[in-house]
Design a protein around this ligand. Sequence first.
Ligand code: PLP
Length: 380
Amino acid sequence: MEKIFVTRASLPPFEEYTKMLERIWDSAWLTNMGIYHEELEKLLNERLESENISLFTNGHLALEMLLEAFELKGEVITTPFSFASTTHAIVRKGLTPVFCDIKEDDYTIDVSKIEPLITKDTSAILAVHVYGNICDIAGLERICKKYGIKLIFDAAHAFYERCTPDLDDGGGRKSVAVYGDASMFSFHATKVFNTIEGGAACCREPGIKEKLDRLKNFGILDKENVVCAGGNAKMNEFQAAMGICNLKHIDEMIFLRKRIVERYIERLEGIKGIILNNYKNNIEYNYAYMPIRIERPAKNNEGISSRDMVYNALAQQGIYARKYFYPCINEYECYKKIYKNPATPAALKISQQIITLPVYPQLDMKIVDKICDIIIKVLD
Ligand SMILES: Cc1ncc(COP(=O)(O)O)c(C=O)c1O
């Protein structure tokens, strides 16, 4: 039985990549801001409408170094409905995460719940565009301006998306990378756009990019000057070459993903017990994920939730959906006793209902139909 996973890395035609390797062999320049690194930075600045992008060896280190570059202190407000990386970055930088609940509508931070969490120690909001669902940017910008705190987006899921800052889609959509003080993108193998491993930070101020460029390279300013205790998080030439190749195919990849997502919607819309992702008019999506919520109470008496029944039924057929994001980060063993924040009931509930279904450009429509048949049968 062919195993189907939730995602599958997008690769360019083999020859396109190997052709680029010749130049690496000729120059023997493998890393440290080589020619492909510079080219990819330029290309991404154009595509993301950003003037200040800095490439990284992965998204997580981009996020950690962003928090460092802003010299944040004290508390950072974030959501528990995300990948471990978001909160880990805050904690690993010696900051305290303060968990705010999410909206049931699109699983992003609930702006109406932020202000009571702000204290004299709050230095930033780290909001997540989870599944590519864009946060209420206008609402977040208003709060950050009022309290003089930074607004940073974990945009790991939102590469290449465009939107307006609020629901008003009166035209004028811009790249998500231009909003807030900075955004982090992940180019991990499983993402819409990959550089094998990789990531980037886009920032409003050129000074922050300069700091990031130092931080990711041991704090080195030039041959004789080291200006801060940086680490090592540089993107190498093989990663950058993969990025340049993959970027040529990004529009086609997103188009193919969209077809898959549309088929899921067509098949699952209106099925009792299923809540589909809420796609909004002001956002151009990248269709990175296919999250659905299974809302029905448990069908059997063994305490297995309907979500887990769907998950198990798919696994029995060799289809490995994921319970992204379960458990919530504030339920993790390493955090639940330390950070006693107000409860986050919406995040908790959604994490118990959510399941993300396989989506990748090459996914066969027959498999999509099979997945839908299995889900519908379980819920029948
Ligand atoms: C929401 C979120 N934030 C951060 C990351 C970290 O990115 P990376 O895997 O590139 O380090 C991920 C990665 O998968 C993610 O899903």
